[in-house]
Structure formats: C-alpha cells, structure tokens
Design a protein around this ligand. Structure first.
Ligand code: NAD
Length: 498
C-alpha cells in the first residue's frame, strides 16, 4: 500500500518516524493509503530547509515572486480536474464541489499575484524641514499552517500564497485524513519555479503540531480547525512567542423572514446545509424561521431534502457524498437520535442510509429537524454533518438575540425582501461574515475571512489585507540628508517637527 510522504526541501521525504496512519476512501470505507506521521525531527528538518531557503527567497525581487505566483496559478488551472479527483477520493465530496474549492483557493493566488501593488509602502515628503518618512513591510521568516480535513486544498490556499508571495517560507501540516492534495500542490509550486525549501509539507497529528507550536525557528502559525484545538494552538504558539491566527468551529444560522421568497430561501438553505455533507465551516446548520414563515418553510425544506441525491463523490449527478470517517457517521446519527429524545421532530431522517454498491461507505443522508430549541444538544453542538435544525422565532429581534447568544459567530444569512430588516440585521448581529439572501457568504480573496467569538481565537482573520498584515511586519523610516555645509544643532529635548 502506498505511503504518502512528507515534502521537504523540494522532494518527497520518508521522515524519521516509522509510524503511519490509514487514509480511507469514505465512499467505499476502504483504506487506500497510509500517511507518514511526522515527528519533532521531521519538523526540525523542514524548519532547517525553510530557514536556508528564506535567506535567498526573502531577497528575491517582487518580479520574480510575481512570476512564480502567475505560473503556479496557471498550473492550478491546468490540473484542476486531477486535483479535484484527489480531493474527492480522500474527502468524499463531489468532484464538482472539489473543483469549487480549488477555484476559491486559486482566487487567493490571484490576489497574491498583485503583490507589487499590495506591498507598496507610503511616503510623506517634508514631515519636518529636510525630513521625509516612508514605510515598508518585510516577511517574518519561516511560518507554518495547520489545516483541517474539510477543505484540503482551499484552506491551505488561504495561507501559503500570501505567506510565500510576501517573502516567507512555509511549512504546511495538513489534515492526516486527506493528505494527498498538499503534496500535489507542493509539486505544482516546484514546477512553477519556486525554489526548494520555500514550501514544505510535514504530515501527521498532534506530535507534529506540538513540534511546530514550540519550535524556536517558526515565527508565525496559521490554524484552521475546531475551536478546542484553535484555543490550544493559540495558547501554545503565543506562549512560545509566535504570531498566531486561529480560526475555529461554527454554528451558522440562516434567518427566514415572512416576506422572503420561501422557495428561493429553501433552495439556498438546502444547498448550504447539505452541500459537502454539511462539512463546511460556513454550512447552514440552523434555519431560524420567523413568524408565519415557519410552516411553509418546513414543507419546502422537507421536499428539497428528500430530493438530495446521495452517492459517491465521483458519480455523475451526486449532490452529496459520504462524511469523512465511520466515527463521524456514527456521531452525526447519534446526534439525530438524541435530538428526537430531547423533543425535536425528525422531519427527514438520514440515519441508516445505504448507497447501493457502497454499503461500507460512510454515508448518512440529509436529516431535517423541526422544533429545535436553544437548549438541545443538536443546537448547541457543531455537528459538522448533513443535519439542518429548524428553530422558530417570533420576530427578527428574537432571531438576532438567539444568534448573538450562541458562542460561535462565523457566518450567518438573512432571507428577506426588506432593506430595512437587512440593514438592522447586519448592524446588530455579532457574526463576522453575513449574507443577505446569500446562504454561504464566503468573502472574496481580496477581503478577509474570519468569524467572531469562538469561531476566531485571537484577532487575525485570514487572507486578503489581513493576510498581508499577518505575514509581514512594518518598518517606518525617518530620513534626513543634510547638505554637507549645513550647520545644525541637536537639541536635548524630545524631537518635535517644525
Ligand atoms: P481538527 O481541529 O480536528 O483538526 C485540525 C488540525 O488540527 C488538523 O491538522 C489536525 O491534525 C490537528 N489536530 C487535531 N487534533 C489535535 C490535537 N489534539 N492537538 C494538536 N493538533 C490537533 O478539525 P477537523 O476535524 O480537521 O476540521 C473540522 C473543523 O474545522 C470544524 O470544527 C470546522 O468548523 C473547522 N473549520 C473552520 C473553518 C473556519 O474558517 N473557521 C474552516 C474550515 C474548518
């Protein structure tokens, strides 16, 4: 069986640890590969390669870095289908959905292609007589990214194009559940002309992560994953003197007002809830039906949920694939059972679904739960599966209060025909990314992505302008070029301008 190796200094590397972990095909339930589990020594080897590469890469011209980013972007276009199939085979999502994540990730590369403009500093002439001030930003050094299973290409692409384009060198620790996309991308970078050692991959679990968080040669850590691990990463890495951005879990509400087009709202909420089997940090997991909207909305949502075609991700016509592991399948189905015992109504029951010819696959069908309340586990927990909970509210203000009381604050959406309601909602809601008649409001790459509250630990959203800020530090230079004959006296008071 194939062993997926690390990628260090421009080549595959077996690493020092003989232990490996299985990589499954979630659609068949079969093990399809093993992945190397990185040790502290492997992280050390990657840091050594990245530190050496930083010496020259940080001195490379903006033109050289821009050319590499353009070439890398073109290779992502040329190999989209191949990469999408790799993602689908290990993650389970449909090939079309995998293409979508590649395109959205590629947009960050496109943003990074404009680095000549993005990295411009500013200049102030004559701030005092004969004195000018300018600023510029420099890379940090070796930086690392630790990423989740649910977007094996896109989430790392939120990080490394900006880190690399701004002159840093990068170590990626991808999810051990779907590791192959990382190596594929590493090879594309090499073919794009990126010097060896600028982009490295160390696979593994907690030991590899811990080695990154404590390594003195790593300046910054970007993390995306569940909230408990985001908190741990933030705590450990900041305690070891690193800059950290740590994005966590989510519980995303879509509010439907009585004036909304119910069919439109239900269509979009269904796609937002069950697309990628609900394994998106921006998935809609709660529909808040306001006032008279409730009964009509439940009826349409039921019909749409029953229409979702569940199957292997590479079969044409599949809307939704399996979930990532057998453990996830069991956890999600148990959550549906618990919801019923706690008083929710199961409108559509996805438990126990079998896909013909794929009986051992990790499938669970779309589930729709009505009369869910804020006290139930199905509301409180991030289920990260194809389960949509409907909570009923009397008014928009009640819906806003419900969302603001939730510990997560990643994404939210409002379906309405009222501009006034939409404006009130976006001003009052304590959530970082908001959609108005848009169910999954993932910002474009030239904005930044990030939630509030437990969905983002620390203060740094990811990519866009915040990404540039995160991966660079500023210098401000105050300059005077006195004429050789000029007589000046240096005062002992603190300098002020004149
Ligand atoms: P996870 O937190 O289990 O794993 C994320 C990364 O942390 C992986 O690389 C994993 O190897 C590592 N890790 C896991 N346990 C660890 C431990 N005990 N110590 C150190 N490292 C550890 O997350 P996941 O299951 O891979 O992904 C799903 C989660 O990611 C969901 O909570 C989802 O909401 C979240 N997510 C958030 C965003 C966002 O932008 N906010 C985006 C995608 C996913």
């Amino acid at each position: 069986m194939k062993t997926i190796q690390h990628w260090i200094n421009g080549s595959p590397a077996a690493g020092t640890n003989p232990q490996t972990a299985p990589v499954f095909n979630p659609a068949t339930g079969q093990e399809q590969a093993q992945v190397a589990l990185g040790s502290a020594a492997d992280v050390d080897a990657a840091v050594a390669a990245a530190s050496r590469a930083f010496e020259t890469w940080s001195e490379s011209s903006l033109t050289q870095r821009t050319q590499v980013m353009f070439a890398f972007r073109q290779l992502l276009v040329d190999h989209e289908e191949e990469l999408a199939r790799i993602i689908s085979a290990e993650h389970g999502k449909t090939v079309d959905d995998a293409r979508g994540e590649i395109v959205r990730g590629r947009e960050v590369v496109e943003f990074a292609c404009g680095l000549g403009d993005i990295l411009k500093g500013s200049f102030s002439d004559q701030v005092s007589r004969g004195v000018d001030v300018h600023n510029f930003r420099q890379p940090l050094g070796v930086v690392a990214g630790i990423t989740p299973f649910n977007f094996p290409a896109m989430v790392p692409l939120w990080m490394h194009p900006i880190a690399v384009a701004t002159g840093n060198t990068f170590i990626l620790k991808p999810s051990e559940r779907d590791p192959s996309a990382a190596n594929f991308v590493a090879d594309l970078y090499k073919r794009a002309g990126l010097p060896d050692g600028v982009f490295n991959v160390v696979h593994g679990g907690k030991p590899a992560v811990d080695a990154i968080l404590t390594h003195p040669g790593i300046e910054a850590v970007s993390f995306v994953g569940s909230t408990p691990i985001a908190k741990y990463v933030h705590e450990q890495a900041t305690a070891h003197g690193k800059r950290v951005q740590a994005l966590g879990g989510a519980k995303n509400h879509a509010v439907v007002l009585p004036d909304a087009d119910l069919d439109f709202a239900a269509n979009h909420i269904t796609a937002g809830a069950y697309g990628s089997a609900g394994e998106r940090c921006m998935a809609v997991s709660v529909a808040v039906a306001v006032g008279d909207a409730a009964d009509g909305l439940v009826k349409v949502l039921e019909r749409k949920a029953l229409e979702v075609k569940v199957g292997p991700g590479d079969a044409p016509g599949t809307d939704m694939g399996p979930v990532i592991t057998k453990a996830a399948q069991e956890r999600i189905e148990n959550a549906v059972t618990t919801a019923a015992t706690q008083g929710a109504t199961i409108v559509v029951d996805g438990r126990g679904l079998k896909v013909e010819g794929h009986e051992e696959g990790f499938f669970t069908g779309p589930s729709l739960l009505d009369h869910v309340t804020a006290e139930m586990d199905a509301y409180k927990e991030e289920l990260f599966g194809p389960v949509l909970a409907i909570v009923r509210a009397e008014s928009l203000d009640e819906a806003i209060a419900l969302i603001n009381a939730n510990p997560y604050g990643n994404g939210t959406a409002l379906f309405t025909a009222s501009g006034e309601a939409a404006r009130r909602f976006q001003r009052k809601i304590n959530v970082g990314m908001i959609g108005v008649n848009v169910p999954v409001p993932v910002p474009m790459s030239y904005y930044s992505f990030g939630g509030w509250k437990d969905s983002l630990i620390g203060d740094s959203p990811i990519h866009g302008p915040e990404g540039i800020r995160f991966y660079t530090r500023p210098k401000v230079v105050t300059t005077r070029w006195p004429q050789p004959t000029q007589q000046t006296t240096a005062g002992f008071n603190f300098p002020t301008s004149s």
